[in-house]
Write a protein that binds this ligand. Structure first.
Ligand SMILES: *Cc1c(COP(=O)(O)O)cnc(C)c1O
Length: 434
């Protein structure tokens, strides 16, 4: 018997939030419960409700909520009065993280990267990456892509496509060109070729770029997955034109697409990689910018931040690397679960004439409109499934289940989604093609 979601349906008093919390809150509006506890794939509300989490903090909780191994490592560290905050001072926790990163992640993949601890959010890792690229190349322009999402601070926001997010800037967002992502003009148009043409043509109006910034799967922009071939060519274009290739692996990394880095096995090595979200493994704020050693041209303190290198996150991140990435078993589990998600989504798509997106355990289904997607996610939540949307019109319902979810729970959650999609589309109930 598997544990099933158990939503209460009772809405708690939200007066304090309406009275005191900024109107900027968003997820809380579509999931109006008060959560107080979480473990593994479950979130609990304070009225006894139990929800299956298919959002995982937007891929921040790839190893589930409060994983016992990570939690114990943190409890032990705090109990021993381990350093909580140390600016960028050397600490045991930092040394252990760097050594674990080197031995379990970088060396086995033959990657030689320096690690820069930025401020603790993803956007900070992106800021550091594009700043470094501009500094090293002496150029201003960054090429980003349609539907890309890179964060909310001005430099990263300039690289983000979404108009509503950009509108919040209040100042011009300059020095970035948004070129069409793989498949943007449909399967017939080769957008890598378009980019090459524009960069090779002295009259195209496109300046020589400092960097090309890309997500291998666009997490917020609709789960569009670029082909390995396209990414290899974009990397070659960057090389040819003296630009640095930056892969923003903040959402797609840490196993979400199947391997630790989302670009593994694709036949190219990015110059710079940004990581955050699931890096700490426990939802603690922690971001990292990795780059080739020759690019490490920073002056001491040139980019800094009070919370660079969160020591508690060093501890949980090291524990996560040791627990999940010491051998290939976790990757095999992700591959199997990803295939299950793909098979189920494709069956729904075939039944309703829809299409699917994504790769690994980062997949979604295009239900045709933001309104339908909102109806689906609302209905899912009422049945105890936490699930969100992605895409230019929020039209993609995305499954970002914890990577540790067992196959039965995964199937149970997808069953709820299948029912809600059928209902929202007005199709007969339960005619599942499986
Ligand atoms: C979430 C995300 C960011 C921004 O990270 P924050 O921690 O929200 O600042 C940047 N890039 C990608 C691809 C993301 O998914």
């Amino acid at each position: 018997m598997i544990t099933l979601p158990r939503p209460t349906g009772r809405k708690p008093d939200t007066a304090i939030y309406e009275r005191r919390e900024s109107a900027v809150r968003s997820y809380a509006r579509v999931m109006p419960r008060q959560f107080n506890r979480a473990e593994n794939v479950w979130m609990h509300d304070n009225q006894g409700g139990r929800y299956l989490d298919f959002l995982s903090g937007c891929s921040t909780l790839n190893y589930g909520h409060n994983h016992p191994v990570l939690k114990q490592a943190l409890l032990d560290y705090i109990a021993a009065d381990g350093i909580a905050h140390g600016l960028d001072l050397h600490t045991d926790a930092k040394a252990e993280f760097l050594e674990t990163l080197e031995s379990l992640i970088l060396k086995p993949r033959r990657l030689d990267y320096r690690a820069m601890f930025t401020g603790p959010t993803g956007t900070n890792a992106v800021e550091a990456a594009i700043k470094l690229a501009r500094k090293v190349t002496g150029r201003e322009l960054v090429i980003a892509f349609t539907n890309g999402f890179h964060g909310m601070t001005l430099g990263a926001l300039a690289c983000t496509g979404n108009a509503a997010k950009r509108g919040g800037a209040g100042v011009p967002l300059a020095h970035v060109a948004h070129e069409p992502y793989d498949g943007y003009h449909g399967p017939e148009v080769d957008t890598a070729e378009l980019l090459e043409r524009r960069l090779s043509d002295p009259s195209s109006g496109l300046d020589a770029p400092a960097a090309i910034l890309v997500e291998t799967v666009q997490g917020e922009g609709g789960l569009n997955a670029a082909s390995p071939e396209w990414l290899r060519r974009i990397n070659a274009i960057a090389k040819r034109h003296g630009a640095l290739m930056i892969v923003d692996d903040i959402q797609a990394g840490c196993g979400r697409t199947g391997s630790f880095f989302s670009f593994e096995g694709m036949g190219f090595t990015p110059d710079i990689v940004t990581m955050a979200k699931s890096l700490s493994g426990m939802g603690l704020p922690f971001a990292l910018t990795l780059f080739r050693p020759e690019l490490d041209q920073w002056a001491p303190g040139e980019h800094n931040g009070t919370f660079r290198g969160n020591n508690h996150a060093f501890v949980t991140a090291s524990a996560a690397l040791r627990h999940f990435w010491s051998d290939r078993r976790f990757e095999q589990d992700i591959a199997r679960r990803g295939a299950l998600v793909a098979r189920r989504l494709e069956a729904m798509a075939a039944q309703h004439g829809l299409s699917t997106r994504g790769r690994g355990m980062m997949r979604g289904i295009d239900v045709g409109s933001g309104d339908i997607a909102a109806a689906v996610t609302t209905a899912c939540f009422e049945r105890g499934l936490i699930i969100e949307t992605s895409g230019a019109h929020d039209e993609i319902v995305k499954i970002l289940a914890p990577l540790v979810i067992d196959d039965a729970q995964l199937s149970a959650g997808i069953d709820i989604l299948e029912t809600c999609i059928a209902e929202a589309l007005g199709a007969p109930y339960g005619v599942a093609a499986e």
